[in-house]
Design a protein around this ligand. Structure first.
Ligand SMILES: Cc1cc2nc3c(=O)[nH]c(=O)nc-3n(C[C@H](O)[C@H](O)[C@H](O)COP(=O)(O)OP(=O)(O)OC[C@H]3O[C@@H](n4cnc5c(N)ncnc54)[C@H](O)[C@@H]3O)c2cc1C
Length: 303
């Protein structure tokens, strides 16, 4: 069956939307990536379950994304279905110091809800452009905290197509990783536990933190934040800069001159450009310091 008729069938089963041949560059902050055969924006968590049933029945590969802010999608695009956990699964409610939010909610929205309610612990989330689902998979964080510090539990659709709750302790959190990476589970909702904190203080700290981030981070070109994880006891950016990597360019992909761990898309960068640049950087750092840099960004799709 062709993708157009599969799209029609899938559309008749769900509330959300189904697109064929959808450019992934529209769904990644790097603005890079070939087309997804089918792209689904689910309307709610039941849609997520129906999509999984559908791909299993039709033996189609499934890829889950959030806001695409930590993704490099290759130029050949993604075969099968891309499921974006986004606005259809967004929404926040605060009760005391407990916050419940859909996995499609954005981190800055979580930070804002906590701030308004005088709940501390979420300040780190203010400047990170990821969905809660993606943030949990990546254990996103910054100098002032990370997901693992304040997450209580999540609801996922598991490999048996059932909604189950997983507690924080079951998620194997470590620096910018969790054991959800590569697992066939989809996060649909999240529960967080903060603590009472003065609202004015949260506001002040958040303002200072966002100003510092703005000053340190490159502005103006599409990117995916830090490309490499920091090696133990050091900074990937420092190592790359010390090798003379700042400003290094392949096609339209360039190592930022402001922050050497960021690669910018100057206009029409391809995934091939970025991957070639990544390999050059890795080799430079390996040759000079004997350090093997590991990717923080997740690479998806085909050449
Ligand atoms: C300007 C900028 C600044 C950034 N700053 C930071 C920072 O300070 N700290 C930091 O940690 N990161 C930072 N990042 C990286 C990125 O924002 C985070 O990693 C973010 O948490 C990724 O969320 P996402 O929704 O975009 O996930 P995506 O990039 O869409 O996906 C990331 C991974 O999660 C999986 N995934 C996504 N949603 C789900 C779900 N619902 N269920 C199951 N799997 C899912 C995907 O398959 C993929 O493997 C930055 C990025 C940018 C562009």
């Amino acid at each position: 069956m062709g993708y157009t008729s599969l799209a029609g069938e899938l559309q008749s089963l769900i509330r959300g939307s189904v697109q064929t041949n959808e450019p992934m560059k529209k769904h990644t902050t790097w603005r890079i990536g070939g087309n997804a055969d089918l792209f689904v924006d689910p309307g709610d968590k039941e849609d997520v379950r129906r999509v999984v049933e559908f791909v299993e029945k039709n033996d189609i590969p499934l890829t889950v994304i959030g806001n695409g802010s930590n993704l490099l999608v290759k130029d050949g695009g993604i075969r099968g279905v891309v499921l974006k956990v986004g606005r259809g699964l967004a929404g926040i409610s605060v009760e005391g110091t407990t916050i419940k939010a859909g996995a499609g909610t954005m981190l800055p929205e979580l930070a804002a809800a906590a701030r308004r309610a005088g709940v501390g612990g979420f300040e780190f989330a203010a400047g990170i452009p990821g969905s809660l689902g993606g943030a949990i998979v990546m254990n996103a964080g910054a100098v002032n905290g990370c997901v693992a510090d304040v997450l209580h539990s999540i609801e996922v659709l598991n490999e048996h197509n059932r909604f189950v709750t997983l507690n924080k302790e079951e998620l194997g959190f470590a620096y910018r990783t969790s054991n959800l990476q590569g697992k066939p589970v989809i996060c649909v909702s999240t529960l967080w536990q903060g603590y009472v904190k003065d609202r004015g203080l949260i506001e002040q700290e958040t303002r200072d933190y966002l100003l510092k981030r703005k000053a340190a981070q490159p502005q103006g070109y599409p990117n995916a934040g830090s490309v490499f994880k920091n090696p133990a006891g050091d900074y990937a950016g420092r190592l790359i800069e010390a090798c003379g990597g700042k400003g290094l360019r392949v096609g339209d992909a360039q190592v930022s001159t402001k922050h050497a761990n960021w690669i910018l898309n100057l206009g029409n960068a391809t995934a091939r450009d970025v991957l070639t640049l990544i390999e050059k950087i890795r080799k430079m750092v390996q040759d000079r310091f004997g350090v093997d840099l590991h990717l923080e960004v997740r690479v998806l799709g085909e050449d």
